[in-house]
Design a protein around this ligand. Structure first.
Ligand SMILES: *[C@@H]1O[C@H](CO)[C@@H](O)[C@H](O)[C@H]1NC(C)=O
Ligand SMILES: *[C@@H]1O[C@H](CO)[C@@H](O)[C@H](O)[C@H]1NC(C)=O
Ligand SMILES: *[C@@H]1O[C@H](CO)[C@@H](O)[C@H](O)[C@H]1NC(C)=O
Length: 170
């Protein structure tokens, strides 16, 4: 009885270890802090492309989130033509809580602008490109991933753990 208990404890422990490493590799979504220490503000005049430069240096995947921190400002998602004209009259998404978490729930382009008068025109806007699932898993380009080879091994391992646990429990 005691050894059965030990065995299932071990299996459960193993399962959690594998599950958490799996989460780390795939399920894990990343939270990006927009503007990092500066937050979501009007960029300095000599650095008006601040946010687009930042966005183009990062790889965004479906499920990742963006955190915007700001005061007396707002975050809007708009369509492309409204982004180009800084037109804030019909946002697809709007938030002015000062601490907005936006989930990138699809691939493609997201157009962010500030809803505060005049801010978008001064460069407080950003295009975020979320990679298509094929793009993000192929490991193409010079991305930092490199875990694609680990997928089948982990799946096999999980199946193994389930079958071991299954045979003990049932
Ligand atoms: C913009 O100007 C500030 C102050 O003059 C300077 O410290 C900063 O390096 C400049 N940034 C860029 C991107 O030129
Ligand atoms: C912004 O969009 C609205 C709705 O389409 C339109 O009526 C308005 O003229 C636009 N403003 C500018 C400055 O383009
Ligand atoms: C990948 O890296 C190579 C060499 O470091 C470089 O020539 C190439 O332009 C990079 N490609 C991309 C998509 O960044």
């Amino acid at each position: 009885m005691a050894s059965l208990f030990m065995n299932s404890t071990k299996s459960i422990l193993l399962f959690f270890i594998i599950f958490s490493s799996l989460q780390h590799l795939y399920v894990s979504s990343f939270e990006f802090e927009v503007g990092e220490t500066k937050g979501w503000v009007v960029p300095p005049a000599n650095d008006s492309k601040l946010y687009n430069d930042w966005a183009s240096e990062n790889r965004f995947r479906i499920g990742d989130t963006l955190r915007f921190k700001y005061a007396k400002d707002s975050v809007m998602v708009v369509i492309e033509s409204d982004y180009k004209r800084c037109n804030s009259t019909r946002p697809v998404f709007f938030s002015n809580t000062g601490n907005t978490i936006f989930k990138l729930d699809r691939w493609g382009l997201f157009y962010f602008i500030s809803g505060a008068s005049g801010h978008c025109e001064k460069g407080q806007r950003m295009i975020v490109k979320v990679m298509a699932p094929e793009e993000s898993s192929s490991g193409g380009g010079n991305g930092s991933s490199g875990s694609s080879g680990a997928v089948p091994a982990i799946v096999v391992l999980i199946q193994l753990v389930f079958s071991v646990m299954g045979s003990r429990i049932f």
